[in-house]
Every structure is written in C-alpha cells, then in structure tokens.
Write a protein that binds this ligand. Structure first.
Ligand SMILES: O=P(O)(O)OC[C@H]1O[C@H](O[C@H]2O[C@H](CO)[C@@H](O)[C@H](O)[C@H]2O)[C@H](O)[C@@H](O)[C@@H]1O
Length: 274
C-alpha cells in the first residue's frame, strides 16, 4: 500500500493541503529517515529525505525529529544542522527527554538518572553470565542499548536477554524498550507520545503527521489517535519492514522503508512547497 487508505488519513491529508502552515511534521530517525545498519554509529539519514525536509521546513509549522537517539546523535547522523529550510527544526531526543532547536543551538537535557549508571556498572557481569559478553552495547547517558543485529542468531540472543534485562531494569526503577534487534534499558520519564503532544501544543499545530517504524513509536501513534478524538487531524505513516509490522495495521500510509519515505516526502514537497 503506497496510498492513503483510511478516511482519517484522507481527512488529515486534505487538512495538510488546505493549511500547511498549521501542520506539524514529526519523524522517527532510525528505520524511518535512516536505513537500518548493523553499527548504530554508521546510520545516516537518507539524503533525499534531508533535501525534502529542507523544502518542507518553510511551509509547515514545524519539522521535528522524535527519536530514541540522543538529540546530538540524531543531529550529527542526520546532518540536519545548517540545511537551508531547517532553520526552525526541533529534535526531541531520548524519547523527548532531550531537545535541540535549530534557532537556539545546544542540546537541552536534564542530568542523566543515576540508575542508568548503576545498570551500566552491573551489566558486564550479567552479560558475561549469559554468554553474551561480546554484545554491542550503546551508551546513551539516559539509556543503555544492547544490540543483537549482525550476530549469528539475533532473536535467540534477545530471548536470552529478556528476563534478566527486565529484572535488572526493574531493580533500578528503569523500563525496558524493545526494538528491532535491540533491547534498551531506559528511564521511563517520557515517551514519544508525550513528546509529540507537547510539540503539537507548543506549536499550536492544527494537524499532525507522524512517521515511524518500530515499537517505540507506538506511544506517538496513541497520541495521534487521541488528538483525532479532539478534532486534530493526524496522518500516521509507517516505514514498513519485514522486521516489524506492529505499526502497519494502524497506519494511514504504509511505505516500504526509508527510501520510500524519502520519496514520499519529496512528493509532498513538490505538492506543497514552491
Ligand atoms: O527512535 P529511533 O530513531 O527509531 O531510535 C530507536 C533506536 O534505534 C537505533 O537502533 C536501530 O538502528 C540501528 C542503526 O540502524 C540498528 O543497528 C538497530 O538494530 C536498530 O534497532 C539506536 O541504536 C538506538 O539507540 C535507538 O534507541
């Protein structure tokens, strides 16, 4: 499905066309703007998507990235800084706990929760004990991400990790965020739904577009559903893959991965931007 197939989505698209200046466009980073790769440090936003966002920035109320990545990482990997048209862009990182705004510069983030440091300390022994001492571990200050992509049996490793990681997180008052070949231990202070809703209120957006690809995006989907009940049209776009289909049935538009998302953003820009 590469067309909008729901009545709610068609309503939202009509509202976007009628009132682009009242539209908030928010996108997830990994798997939506950036193709999935084995090494998280090697992820890069699709260049066509960056160019399209630059064309949409001046037309919309706000273009935003809402991501599990630290805001600085999304900024660097996305190469968004200095892109013409993205002078008002916002990045909400670590599920909304961190924020970068193009006009004001440096990332704003509260101090990292102490519990994350405690878990970092306990983790090497736990992984050794599970025979997973060589796992790729991503440290994000407010979260620790265990990566199984590229390993012999990523799903088996995730299954091995599940119970012990949940126990460890619970012991330290943290939550577990599962994803594509990852399990993340993070502070539960916020989620993408809270982040998206906050941005909609702040910008006064009259309609919202959200695009995502993984389980961490579901709270943003819930937020859009709630906004719709309040009369704020919302367009939900899935960047689909064989790895995760939880978003597909709830989406108004299903696109087969980041290249298709970039192409769709380009066609939106052709439609709405000069
Ligand atoms: O909210 P997102 O922007 O989607 O970030 C969520 C997590 O994505 C990253 O992991 C995913 O992308 C990696 C690079 O392509 C890939 O190797 C991994 O398998 C994917 O799950 C990231 O590394 C995490 O920190 C983010 O929480």
């Amino acid at each position: 499905m590469t067309e909008i197939v729901t009545a709610a989505g068609a309503d939202a698209m009509a509202a976007i066309r009628r009132d682009p200046a009242g539209t908030l466009l928010a996108l997830d980073f990994d798997g939506t703007l950036a193709p999935i790769v084995d090494d998280p440090a090697a992820a890069r936003a699709n260049p066509g998507a960056i160019a399209a966002l630059g064309r949409l920035g001046p037309v919309f109320a706000r273009v935003a990235i809402v991501t599990g990545r630290p805001a600085e990482a999304a900024l660097r990997l996305g190469r968004f800084a200095g892109v013409p048209g993205l002078e008002a862009m916002t990045i909400l990182g670590q599920y909304g706990a961190e924020r970068w705004d193009a006009p004001s510069g440096p990332t704003v983030a509260p101090p990292p929760p102490r519990a994350v440091g405690e878990v970092e300390h306990a983790l090497p022994d736990l992984l050794e004990g599970l025979g997973l001492g060589d796992l790729r571990v991503e440290h994000k200050s407010r979260a620790i991400v265990l990566h199984t992509r590229g390993r012999r049996d990523p799903d088996a490793d995730l299954a091995t990790l599940d119970g012990p990681v949940r126990e460890l997180a619970a012991r330290h008052g943290l939550m577990v965020e599962p994803g594509k070949s990852v399990v993340e231990i993070r502070s539960s202070e916020t989620d993408k739904g809270v982040a998206l809703r906050g941005l909609q209120r702040e910008t006064g957006a009259r309609q919202v577009v959200f695009a995502g690809d993984d389980l961490g995006d579901l709270p943003a989907y819930d937020a859009v559903d709630r906004m719709r009940t309040e009369g704020i049209p919302g367009l939900l776009v899935a960047s689909a893959s064989h790895e995760q289909d939880a978003l597909v049935a709830r989406s108004d538009l299903v696109l087969p991965g980041p290249a298709a998302v970039a192409a769709w953003l380009g066609s939106l820009a052709d439609d709405l931007a000069a």
